[in-house]
Design a protein around this ligand. Structure first.
Ligand SMILES: [Zn+2]
Length: 231
């Protein structure tokens, strides 16, 4: 349940290590570390981005579990609320503008990457929430050496991804998803993109990896929140 992140300032960022598959156990483990209330989505590898606008009151865990809001990214300007995405090889991205007071959590697998969900989140933060100075951190995800694909993945990628795709055998490719997402963020004008420290598949003792562990696994949660102003 360890992980890394920052506490202090206006923004809290946290990338977990292995968490349980059971949503209730997972929520409890995160709440015990102070990461509550937490809003997560029923993720579908698309590019639907949910806005939680101030003033927003997070429904309780049970309501959220029953409701299963669908999408792959969350944006909020509501302090005191954590938003998170779940991954186990896919790329988690956390974005923030401390001055404007807006944060985002984005889930980008290869389909979300091909749809440029990262860039779309940046544009919404800027156009709808007044962000001007967006920073980003990419959490633990599958590395280029572990993400071996057939031609369908490279074919779906935007032109800017080409330097990060390597053909190493006929019909076999290595695709660098974190680098492609960093390039998409920079293209959308985010700055100081922090790259992942870890590969979920290489470090399978610490992280759940879909490619290593298969479907019978837990997952990681990457979350972000705005601190409530001192009363
Ligand atoms: Zn790896």
């Amino acid at each position: 349940m360890l992980g890394y992140g920052t506490m202090g300032g206006k923004v809290t960022v946290y990338f977990s290590q292995k968490l349980p598959a059971d949503p209730r156990e997972r929520y409890r483990a995160l709440a015990e570390r102070g990461y509550a209330p937490l809003f997560t989505l029923y993720q579908e590898h698309g590019d639907n981005i949910i806005r939680l606008r101030k003033p927003y009151v997070c429904p309780g865990f049970d309501a959220l579990l029953a409701e299963q809001p669908r999408g792959d990214a969350l944006i909020t300007d509501q302090p005191g609320l954590y938003i998170g995405v779940k991954t186990a090889d896919c790329v988690p991205l956390l974005l923030w503008d401390e001055t404007a007071g807006v944060v985002a959590a984005v889930h980008a697998g290869w389909r979300g990457t091909a749809l440029n969900i990262a860039g779309k989140a940046v544009h919404i933060m800027r156009d709808e929430f007044g962000a001007r100075d967006i920073r980003a951190a990419i959490g633990p995800c599958i590395c280029k050496h572990c993400f071996v694909t057939r031609g369908d993945v490279p074919e779906a990628m935007p032109v800017l991804a080409r330097p990060y795709i390597e053909r190493f055998a006929p019909g076999q490719y290595r695709v660098d998803l974190p680098e492609i997402n960093a390039a998409l963020l920079r293209e959308a004008d985010a700055r100081d993109v922090i790259m992942p420290r870890s590969c979920t598949r290489c470090e399978s003792e610490t992280y759940w990896s879909h490619r290593r562990h298969g479907p019978a696994r837990g997952l990681q949660v990457s979350l972000i929140g705005l601190r409530e102003a001192d009363a």
